[in-house]
Design a protein around this ligand. Structure first.
Ligand code: PLP
Length: 393
């Protein structure tokens, strides 16, 4: 097989999960495994998390959820970004828990339940409230009429109410408090109509790792006789969000990256001073230079903006990326690293010796966020799950 792979430490994933559970205190967690578990491989991660006690898993759509259901028969699976018409039957069949906010979601689910003639068994749904993100969720003004439709959809039961914060990393900002206040106002309306949701959830990694993030959601839930949950994603994979302001908990420092992305040197050459490398000759050697070729390019998730900017680790040292990253290949300059050979292991993200390149380093150079870096490691990069003994990622 081609030497380009991502090592996934399930032990670290579990350690991170335990750390976040502790940080959330009384509140529960929905472990977010959407988008191929942020590039880490959904099935292995979901299975490991469920085994470690994660009762709830969060995914984007029904397709992801059905794949998770196959390995996690007992988990609750929250489908966070809505259902489309013909997914409703599958959602019921696979006991998924859809987040709903469009009247159409209710109609599709209600119709599919009746079609399946299981109207005696209600389908639990979670209602998203738009408290300021303006992306998904029912706006407060539309909530009364939505709840009327909810009442009419007899096959559905309102188990949960949720929202999503737009700036959870601003710890002493007003934004999250304002969104919490709108969620509270929504809960007033919901309970006044006789609904008694049993869970209320909000907040991402930043909220879990904020000192009073879990507490404030817990208090809101308790006010309505519900239990609270938070939905961490990125932090499960070992990257604490960058927060600003006072009130970050110390657990953030203990998270460990779960993924290491590696490859090998597959070719070497020496070019003369003045010669160029790569498309459009954007790198020109100022001295005789030894160049190593890596079998990964932007089709693997090596962001092209790292051309002439990024670094990789070879023999425990940093080697600069030279020239344009191409679709399938990247050139690095190993002139200053003695004795590099064909087959040497190269770290794109991870540790080698005392050096480390994190998804944050990679993201900063590419002008993006670690979420995108991790999700963009493409399907053709093999995911290798490590045993406990091989855990040195
Ligand atoms: C992705 C997502 C999360 C997780 O966010 P992180 O920043 O990765 O912790 C939580 N809730 C919802 C609705 C999401 O879409």
């Amino acid at each position: 097989m081609r030497p380009a792979w991502a090592e996934i430490s399930l032990d670290r994933l579990i350690q991170n999960y335990r750390l976040l559970s502790a940080a959330a205190g009384e509140s529960g967690l929905i472990a977010v495994v959407k988008a191929n578990a942020y590039g880490h491989g959904t099935l292995a991660c979901a299975h490991a998390l469920a085994n470690a006690g994660a009762a709830w898993l969060g995914v984007t759509n029904a397709e992801e959820a059905i794949a998770v259901r196959a390995t996690c028969p007992g988990a609750r699976i929250l489908v966070m970004s809505g259902l489309w018409e013909h997914e409703a039957e599958g959602a019921i069949e696979h006991r998924l828990t859809p987040v709903v906010w469009e009247p159409a979601h209710l109609e599709w689910l209600d119709a599919a339940t009746r079609e399946k003639q299981c109207a005696t068994q209600s389908v639990a749904v979670h209602l998203e409230i738009d408290t300021g993100m303006a992306r998904q969720g029912v706006r407060l003004a539309d909530l009364p009429s939505f709840l009327e439709r909810m009442q009419a959809a007899k096959a559905l039961s309102l188990e949960g109410v949720m929202t999503h914060f737009h700036s959870p990393e601003l710890l002493d900002g007003e934004a999250t408090a304002a969104q919490m206040a709108r969620l509270d106002a929504a809960m007033e309306i919901i309970s006044a109509r006789g609904f008694r949701p049993t869970v209320i959830h909000a907040g991402n990694s930043a909220t879990v790792l904020a000192n009073d993030g879990a507490r404030s959601i817990g208090e809101l839930a308790a006010k309505y006789g519900a239990s609270a949950m938070l939905r961490p994603g990125l932090s499960l994979y070992g990257y604490p969000p960058r927060v600003s302001g006072e009130g970050a908990s110390t657990e953030a420092n203990e998270l460990q990256p779960v993924l290491a992305w590696k490859t090998r040197v597959v070719s070497l050459r020496t070019i003369e001073a003045g010669e160029s490398a790569g498309y459009n000759a954007t790198f020109r050697a100022g001295r005789p230079s030894r160049l190593a070729l890596l079998p990964v390019g932007y089709a693997d998730g090596m962001n092209r903006l790292l051309s002439n900017r990024g670094e990789v680790l070879v023999r425990g040292q940093r080697a600069p990326i030279v020239g344009r990253i191409s679709m399938d290949l990247t050139i690095v300059d190993v002139t200053d690293i003695p004795a590099v050979e064909m087959g040497d292991e190269v770290v794109l993200i991870g540790k080698q010796g005392t050096e480390q390149i994190s998804a944050y380093d990679f993201a900063d150079l590419a002008g993006t966020i670690p979420y995108e870096v991790l999700c963009n490691i493409s399907a053709r990069v093999r995911r290798v799950t490590l045993n406990a003994s091989e855990d040195d990622v």
